[in-house]
Ligand binder design. Structure first.
Ligand SMILES: Nc1ncnc2c1ncn2[C@@H]1O[C@H](COP(=O)(O)OP(=O)(O)O)[C@@H](O)[C@H]1O
Ligand SMILES: [Mg+2]
Length: 427
């Protein structure tokens, strides 16, 4: 083991030892770590049959600037889930785990470690036992297993929606300013397409809310020289995609408007429903948990659903070079619809009526985000040195092509939703 790795494990074990767990404490690499947290370790505590496993995470406080509030939302969410399960026991055979944070010696679940250079926020959670996670559906070769996985993930989202339905969404803080705010994303696109170069020029486009404004304003102006900007903006290949983004603004705002009109509920959403955040029973494949609760925020669950379905029905992936490969896998969509609608108790008919639109909208919204980022100079979806310079252009074209494919398949998707919605009304 290289020296630095060894010393970071020693340090992780020392940090974990500040928490209330059995001794001795050892730290290990954690294979399944995601990409948001800078650091994550598997912790083993205790001896013999009593050994328990935990996950130690250093919260990324560049991304989450208010870690204490993020943890508060997470704890509120876990408590709400347990309260709901006590009041409304889950059906026979369904087992659902919630994330549990461990308290540190000072009685709190978040540990601040300050040194000369930085301040780091650490937390320790119990590892949910006997589960597996999948980075993508394509990891699963067998078609039936893939459909089963999609169905289970959708069941998990429906359970999460039910279990958190009693949370007071309007009291939650927003973990990332402007996140999932379709209007902000379009305003950024308008602003960069208008050639905005300064904070002053950005004025008319900026959000009214001070916190959102402060957290997002950097992405309202250009970070490219004139020549490169003009080349990107006038790239003939991109024109039809720019048109698609602008022509569908009204549709894109449907979910926000429905929340504002009160036709769909404002609830606590998960905010990052990618497949790898669902845990599945290693033996039976049944969904067991939805983890990574850092992006809980007020919105409609349709945003979680739309984001999950948008990514899972697109079997080609998010960076394909041949846009002709992008297709909507209707079998997967059907598995998702079945999983969600056979499980959800709290979802309303008005919400269910928007389930197809939500998938289109989330693809469109993500396309707009990539497009604006490409045009202004890749300030949000930052490029790694090995990435092609036009990666965000490709990603924008993928999502906007997916949006068009979803639109072309919308009627079939509506038929599928209607079938399972009916089964729900007349079981
Ligand atoms: N409590 C838990 N028990 C078991 N596995 C977990 C738990 N929390 C997270 N994981 C696994 O670790 C991965 C990364 O954790 P996550 O909290 O999602 O971090 P990131 O923010 O880096 O994505 C998850 O995708 C999941 O596979
Ligand atoms: Mg994650």
């Amino acid at each position: 083991m290289p020296q630095s790795e060894n010393s970071s494990l020693i340090r992780a074990a020392e940090i974990a030892a500040f928490f209330d767990i059995p001794r001795p404490v050892t730290a290990h690499d954690f294979e399944d770590k995601g990409n948001m947290s800078h650091e994550m370790y598997l912790i083993r505590a205790g001896t013999g049959a009593e050994t328990r496993e935990y996950l130690l995470q250093r919260m990324n406080n560049d991304v989450f600037t208010k870690p204490v509030e993020v943890v508060r939302s997470l704890e509120t969410c876990m408590a709400a889930q347990r309260a709901y399960m006590e009041a409304n026991p889950l059906p026979e055979g369904v087992s659902w785990h919630t994330v549990r944070l461990v308290r540190a010696a000072h009685g709190r679940t978040i540990l601040e470690i300050v040194d000369e250079a930085s301040i780091a926020f650490w937390r320790l959670m119990e590892r949910i036992p006997g589960c597996v996670a999948y980075k993508s559906l394509s990891m699963v070769q067998d078609n039936d297993k893939r459909l089963q996985l999609a169905e289970q993930a959708a069941r998990g989202l429906a359970l999460f929606g039910d279990l958190t339905s009693n949370m007071e969404a309007e009291k939650l803080s927003y973990p990332l300013p402007g996140y999932r705010d379709t209007r902000v994303y379009y305003a950024q696109l308008d602003s960069v397409m208008g050639g905005t170069r300064t904070l002053d020029d950005a004025g008319p486009y900026l959000p009214a809310d001070e916190t959102v404004k402060e957290g997002t304003q950097f992405h309202f102006w250009l970070h490219l020289d004139d020549e490169e900007y003009e080349a990107r903006l006038n790239d003939p290949e991109l024109q039809p995609y720019i048109d698609t983004a602008l022509e569908n603004r009204d549709l894109a705002l449907t979910l926000l408007r429905a929340i504002e009109r009160g036709t769909v509920r404002l609830v606590a959403i998960h905010g990052d429903t990618k497949l790898e955040n669902f845990l599945f029973d290693a033996e039976t494949g049944a969904v067991r948990a939805l983890v990574d609760l850092d992006t809980i925020m007020p919105h409609t669950w349709l945003a979680d659903w739309g984001d999950m379905a948008r990514s899972l029905v697109n079997v080609a992936g998010e960076k394909v070079s041949d846009l002709g490969e992008i297709r909507v896998d209707l079998d997967i969509f059907e598995a998702l619809a079945r999983g969600y609608l056979s499980t959800a108790r709290e979802a309303t008919d008005a919400e269910i009526a928007l389930m197809v639109d939500a998938v289109q909208i989330l693809a469109l919204e993500l396309g707009v985000r990539f497009l604006a980022d490409y045009l202004r100079g890749d300030t949000y979806f930052k490029l790694a040195p090995e990435d092609p310079p036009d990666l965000n252009k490709t990603r924008a074209m993928v999502q906007l092509t997916l949006f068009q494919e979803l639109t072309a398949n919308a009627q079939d998707m509506r038929t599928i939703i209607e079938r399972y919605a009916m089964a729900r009304r007349h079981p």
